[in-house]
Design a protein around this ligand. Structure first.
Ligand code: PEP
Ligand code: MN
Length: 356
């Protein structure tokens, strides 16, 4: 568990608010950001990239070790614990020399189990805290695997950071949120705090508020947001960084919900109804899939092809008409039918290949 109270004295005892520039660019820039942010009591950690994972070697790749000195001074002068990205064991070794003991593993590193293991070995026996960003690809097991490696190394001050995924499917954001993945993570590991990084998900500052607010409504335990004194001059991620003033405004605007009151009678009865409806949905689905099997045996006997595109078109049109009638979102219904159809094909394939 990421023990928030043990590392910070925060006014807000529930949410972990992390802010700071994408990259350390100069001593002045780091100090200006830290000074303006430290006036805000809500901030728990000062984030700052020292070594930057960039696609092109011609891009700014961070100031490296010299930035560690600036960050050590930030910790002393502003009493603000610093958190940096580590990607190779040498980063850990260097950071510890400058008394930096809060780290995050970036999306491009979480994706590689060899690197995560090397980092877990490097922090073994230390008292550091580690945030693990989701891997670039939408792979929940890979994300969870990183925590398993850290647990084996005896690291227990941990948290997950959701920053969105690279997907084939288009998203208006720089990285597709695929909210179902962090939600499933929370279901499997409710003991690991989940933080949202709306900056890297949004890619543009205009979207940061809506993403941050949504994550808080989804009961995320904190936010990691990029803040730069002059974002237009930033050497990396300039479109998504907020000014310190914008950060303060954002925090003021956000509503942090209370834990759901599970004793509430109205909520309880609605939840009972949902459970009952889900039971009925399962029974209906079972009936539909049984009918699918019957059709498969018929197709097999008549040597018919498994997919009849006209029929599938007809089914989809019919359901979309119904969804309009019942005021159900068409996109949702379409996705649901596609998943159902995939399962239909799987079942029919099994029957046609005599595997059932
Ligand atoms: C960052 O936080 O600066 C960063 C590089 O993030 P990500 O790993 O999410 O791309
Ligand atoms: Mn960045």
């Amino acid at each position: 568990m990421f023990d928030i109270q043990s590392i910070v004295s925060s006014r807000n005892d529930r949410s972990l608010f992390i802010a700071g520039p994408c990259s350390a660019e100069s001593r002045e820039q780091v100090f200006a950001t830290a000074e303006q942010l430290s006036k805000e009591a809500e901030i728990s950690l000062f984030r700052c990239g020292v070594w930057k994972p960039r696609s092109s070697p011609h891009s700014f790749e961070g100031c490296g070790t010299q930035a560690l000195q600036w960050l050590q001074e930030v910790q002393c002068n502003f009493e603000l614990p610093v958190c940096i990205e580590i990607a190779v064991p040498q980063h850990v070794e260097a950071a510890l020399k400058y008394d930096i003991r809060h780290f995050w593993i970036g999306a491009r590193t979480t994706v590689n189990p060899f690197m995560v293991q090397a980092l877990a070995d490097a922090v073994k026996g230390t008292n550091v805290s580690i945030l693990v960003k989701n891997p670039i690809s939408p792979d929940l097991n890979l994300w969870i695997g990183a925590f398993e490696r850290l647990a084996k190394a005896g690291i227990h001050k941990i948290a997950a950071v959701h920053r969105g995924f690279s997907t084939y499917e288009h998203s208006i954001y720089r990285n597709n949120p695929l909210w179902n993945i962090p939600i499933e993570f929370k279901r499997l590991h409710p003991e690991i705090p989940m933080i949202c990084d709306p900056s890297h998900m949004a890619g543009k500052k205009e979207y940061i508020f809506e993403i941050a607010q949504k994550s808080l409504y989804l009961d995320f335990e904190g936010l990691m947001i990029e803040v730069h004194p002059s974002p237009e001059k930033a050497l990396s991620d300039k479109k998504q960084q907020l000014t310190p003033v914008e950060w303060h405004q954002l925090i003021d605007r956000l509503s942090v919900p209370n834990q759901a009151e599970t004793q509430d009678i109205q909520l309880k009865s609605s939840r009972n109804l949902i459970d009952e409806l889900d039971k009925q949905l399962c029974a209906l689905l079972a009936k539909r899939l049984e009918t699918v099997e019957k059709i498969a045996y018929y197709k097999k006997e008549k040597n018919m092809s498994l997919l009849q595109i006209n029929r599938w078109q007809e089914v989809m049109n019919h359901v979309l008409q119904q969804s309009e009638h019942w005021h159900i979102n068409k996109n949702f219904m379409k996705k649901l039918m596609e998943v159902l159809h995939e399962e239909t094909i799987r079942i029919q394939e099994e029957i046609i290949n005599d595997k059932k």
